[in-house]
Design a protein around this ligand. Structure first.
Ligand code: TXA
Ligand code: MG
Length: 333
C-alpha cells in the first residue's frame, strides 16, 4: 500500500518565505488539520494541531514514523505549557532558566491535557517545549494552541536545518514549508525528564553543564535499553536513527583514499589530501558552529559519493555531547 493512499487528493507542497502572510497560511493549514513545516532555533519542525487525532495520524504517515514514538508539544510560553503538564520544582527552575530555548521537558500530563493520545503514544507523560525562534513563536502565538512538531524529516533520516532539506525529504507529503533560513542551533533540543530524579533523555542544543548548574545537581542518565527490560524512556532514541546512506567511521586520525572527510578544527591529518571531499564543521574548533553545520555537512558528504565518511574526533564537552551522540547514531548501522 502506498504511504499516501489514505490521502484523497495528492498534495503539492508550497514553500513560502517567512513573512506575515506565511505565518497566517501556516495557521490556516494547522487549523484545517494539515501539516506545516517551520523553523525553530534547533531544526525545522513538522507542525500539526496537537489536539487533532487525524492531523497526527497524517503526520506519522508523512514521516513514515512508527506510531509508538511520541511527539513534542510546542507552546508559546510557560503558561501555555502548564495547561498540558505538571511541573515539579526542578521543571519550574528549568523552564524559568531556559525557556524559550532548546530544552524539552518530559513531565506528567495534566488531567485535562487536550493533546491527543496518539501524539503522546498513549503515555501518561508529555514532552513540552517553548522554541526560541521568531517564526515558530509567531505561528504558536497566532494558532493559540499546542502544536506537535517532530523534526521535519522522514523517519530515520537526518534532521533538516534548511527549508531545502525539508523539501528534499517531504515534497508532496506535507502542505506547507515556511522558509526562515538556516536554523541557528542545528541539533535537536536537549530532553530532560522531570518525573522524580531529573534525567537526561537526549543530549541536544542545551549543554548538560548548563542544566546541571541551574539545578545545582547532576542529571542522571537513562538505564541503557540493552541492560533493561523497561520500555525505552525516549523511544525515539533507537540506536540507528540519524542515518546517512554512506557508512561513517568515527574518531578517525587517518583518512583512506576515496573517503569523504568531516573535519573539525585547524589541525587536519596529512592524509586529508587523499579525501574525495572535505567539509569542516568548524575550522576554529567552535562547538556551537560545529553543531549548526552538523546535519547539512553530513548530507553534503553523503551525496559526495565517498566510500565512507571519515569523522575526526570532536571534543565531548558542551554541545560536543550532542554532536558525538548524533554521530554515534549515524554510524550505528
Ligand atoms: O529540537 C527539537 O526538539 C525538534 C524541533 C522541531 O522542536 N523536534 C524534535 O522532535 O526533535 P522529534 O519528534 O524528532 O524527537 C522527539 C523525541 C523523540 O525521541 C521521542 O521519543 C521523545 O522526544 N519523546 C516525546 N515524548 C516523550 C515522552 N513522553 N517521554 C519520553 N520521550 C519522549
Ligand atoms: Mg527526529
Amino acid at each position: 500500500m502506498n504511504a499516501m493512499s489514505s490521502v484523497a487528493v495528492p498534495l503539492v507542497t508550497r514553500v513560502s518565505r517567512a513573512d506575515a502572510a506565511a505565518v497566517s497560511e501556516a495557521v490556516r493549514v494547522l487549523a484545517a488539520g494539515g501539516l506545516a513545516a517551520f523553523p525553530t532555533e534547533t531544526v525545522y519542525g513538522l507542525g500539526a494541531d496537537a489536539t487533532n487525532g487525524q492531523a497526527i495520524a497524517r503526520l506519522y504517515q508523512a514521516k513514515g514514523r512508527p506510531a509508538f514514538n511520541p511527539l513534542i508539544a510546542h507552546v508559546v510560553d510557560g503558561k501555555a505549557a502548564r495547561a498540558l503538564a505538571r511541573f515539579d520544582a526542578d521543571a519550574v527552575r528549568l523552564a524559568e532558566a531556559f525557556w524559550p530555548g532548546p530544552l524539552t521537558l518530559v513531565l506528567a500530563k495534566t488531567a485535562g491535557c487536550p493533546v491527543t493520545q496518539l501524539a503522546t503514544a498513549g503515555l501518561d507523560t508529555i514532552a513540552v517545549r517553548v522554541p526560541d525562534h521568531a517564526v515558530a513563536q509567531k505561528i504558536l502565538k497566532a494558532f493559540a494552541g499546542p502544536v506537535v512538531a517532530p523534526s521535519a524529516n522522514r523517519s530515520g533520516h537526518l534532521s533538516p536545518t534548511t527549508a531545502g532539506h525539508v523539501l528534499g525529504d517531504l515534497r508532496n507529503r506535507i502542505d506547507l514549508i515556511v522558509d526562515g533560513g538556516a536554523t541557528p542551533v542545528g541539533v535537536e533540543s536537549t530532553i530532560v525528564a522531570c518525573l522524580g530524579e531529573p534525567m537526561l533523555l537526549r543530549p541536544g542544543g542545551l549543554p548538560r553543564e548548563a542544566i546541571e548548574s541551574a539545578l545545582k545537581r547532576e542529571l542522571s542518565d537513562p538505564p541503557s535499553p540493552s541492560r533493561s527490560d523497561e520500555a525505552p524512556l525516549a523511544p525515539g532514541m533507537l540506536a540507528a536513527h540519524y542515518a546517512p546512506r554512506t557508512p561513517l567511521r568515527l574518531n578517525v586520525g587517518r583518512v583512506e583514499r576515496g573517503e569523504a572527510l568531516l573535519a573539525f578544527g585547524s589541525a587536519l591529518p596529512a592524509s586529508a589530501k587523499d579525501a574525495k571531499s572535505v567539509l569542516n564543521l568548524s575550522p576554529s574548533g567552535d562547538l556551537i558552529e560545529a553543531a549548526a553545520n552538523l546535519f547539512s555537512h553530513l548530507r553534503a558528504l553523503d551525496a559526495s559519493g565517498g566510500t565512507a565518511i571519515a569523522v575526526m574526533p570532536i571534543p565531548r564537552e558542551g554541545l560536543g555531547e550532542a554532536i558525538n551522540d548524533r554521530l554515534r547514531r549515524a554510524a550505528a548501522r
